[in-house]
Design a protein around this ligand. Structure first.
Ligand code: C5P
Length: 219
């Protein structure tokens, strides 16, 4: 039998990653952060000294790309080519490069194959989060959620994670990345059959509880 698949999409700063991680832990499910794979490939492109806006160079970086991620949902590590890049994939330079590599079709095809294999193997279930999980990677997921929050709240949450950076700069780069990403996959509006969970007026625990409740109701 296959496990329960919970698909969560949303824009930058919506809290998808931390909320999905905590919900997975509460449910005893596996957790899949698809953005981490895109970030890992962006890291590899930069590491090779290649231009993340050059589709041919990006396709070349897919060659032999060995992405591994495991560990507790709360302490997941990420390795590329055997190198621990858990922290390196969260740096501003990787964040700025990732949208460029994510729009290359060969990248999406390759990463999606890996994600689907991972979803198919998950027991008793998995919470997978990203931008196109509810629509492209797992449109038949048991539970499909779009996690949103107002732009102001998202910028404030992101600024709290990056206390050294200027708040308006954080808001601007977040909006830019969402604009670029949403030209490739639509995560700003819920697709047919997808439940919108708006966390603007919820705190972290309240959002996790709401997601867990949705899973318990549906799955
Ligand atoms: O969620 P996170 O901010 O880590 O995602 C990093 C980037 O990976 C996004 O800005 C987007 O370009 C790409 N991405 C994607 N499709 C996904 C998940 C992430 O294109 N399912």
């Amino acid at each position: 039998a296959v496990g329960v698949i919970v698909a969560v999409d949303g824009p930058a700063g919506s809290g998808k990653s931390s909320v999905s991680r905590a919900a997975a832990a509460a449910l005893g499910y596996d957790f899949l952060d698809t953005g981490a794979a895109y970030r890992a490939l962006a890291w590899r492109v930069l590491e090779q000294g290649a231009d993340p806006e050059d589709a041919t160079a990006v396709e070349r970086a897919l060659d032999g790309f060995a992405f591994e991620s495991a560990g507790d949902p709360a302490e997941r590590w990420v390795r590329v080519d055997g190198v621990d890049v858990t922290d390196a994939i969260r740096t501003p330079s990787v964040t700025a490069a990732v949208s460029g590599i994510a729009r290359v079709p060969a990248v999406r095809t390759r990463l999606n194959d890996g994600f689907r294999a991972r979803l198919a193997a998950a027991e008793p279930g998995v919470v997978a989060e990203g931008r196109d999980i509810t629509t492209v990677v797992a449109p038949h997921a048991d539970v499909r959620v779009l996690l949103t929050a107002s732009p102001e709240v998202r910028a404030a949450r992101r600024a709290k994670e990056l206390p050294d950076e200027d708040r308006s700069a954080v808001a601007r780069s977040m909006a830019e990345r969402d604009a670029k990403d949403s030209r490739v996959v639509d995560f700003l509006e819920a697709a047919e059959g997808v439940t919108t969970l708006d966390s603007t007026d919820l705190d972290f625990d309240g959002t996790v509880d709401a997601l867990v409740a949705l899973v318990r109701q549906t799955a």
